[in-house]
Design a protein. Structure first.
Length: 210
């Protein structure tokens, strides 16, 4: 017959293991967040090899999280793990879009569905940043396809009509995405009109010189 001490010792052993797993998960989550941010910076600078290296390292850390926390769902389903997964999903989706590759799936990334969708929502902001960079470079027409992708992300995210207990804050991401898309649409429309005007004036001047 097990004594009270025996039972409590077993519980303590379990808690010790859980606490160790939690500490490891916190460290890995911080690295995933940091590496994902560095990857996004590299992507916007066009440093594709560096971005690929960082994404690969981030994927490895995410895999460690996934595997090491199998026995500790209390830790795995905590908020900071999901936040880290969302960051990893964001950079992975952004990379695929800007490189013209197929989108990764939640399964291929080994992230939870809600984290994936939140990452998709954050990708909208990064695509806006990319479009603004194209406008500054005098290539607004190249931004139209990315605006279409932003729209597609928004429409699909809007279709998830589930309680927040399931979606974990996605509705807020959707609202932010809608605002960013409308602002980007306005910026892109203005830039295209200005470019067309300049081109028309240029043609007029050429004809006038003749």
């Amino acid at each position: 017959m097990e004594t009270v001490k025996d039972i409590c010792d077993l519980i303590r052993t379990r808690f010790d293991a859980m606490d160790n797993a939690r500490e490891g998960a916190l460290a890995a989550s911080r690295k995933i967040t940091r590496y994902s941010g560095d990857s996004i910076k590299a992507i916007h600078r066009g440093e594709w090899e560096q971005a690929e290296k960082l994404i690969s390292e981030t994927s490895g850390m995410n895999g460690f999280l996934h595997d090491s926390l199998k026995e500790f769902p209390e830790v795995y389903y905590s908020g900071y793990v999901e936040d880290a997964q969302a960051e990893f999903a964001e950079v992975s989706i952004l990379y695929a879009v800007l490189r013209g590759k197929d989108l990764p799936t939640p399964e291929s990334l080994r992230v939870e569905n809600a984290a994936y969708l939140k990452g998709m929502g954050d990708t909208v902001g990064e695509l806006r940043r990319h479009i603004l960079d194209l406008i500054r470079k005098g290539r607004p027409e190249d931004g139209e396809k990315y605006l279409d992708i932003m729209d597609e992300f928004y429409v699909e995210m809007m279709s998830f009509d589930y309680p927040d207990a399931i979606m974990h804050g996605l509705r807020k991401k959707v609202d932010v995405a809608r605002s960013l898309i409308e602002r980007t649409r306005g910026d892109l429309t203005n830039a295209l009109e200005i470019k067309r005007l300049h081109e028309s004036m240029g043609r007029f001047e050429e004809n006038f010189k003749r």
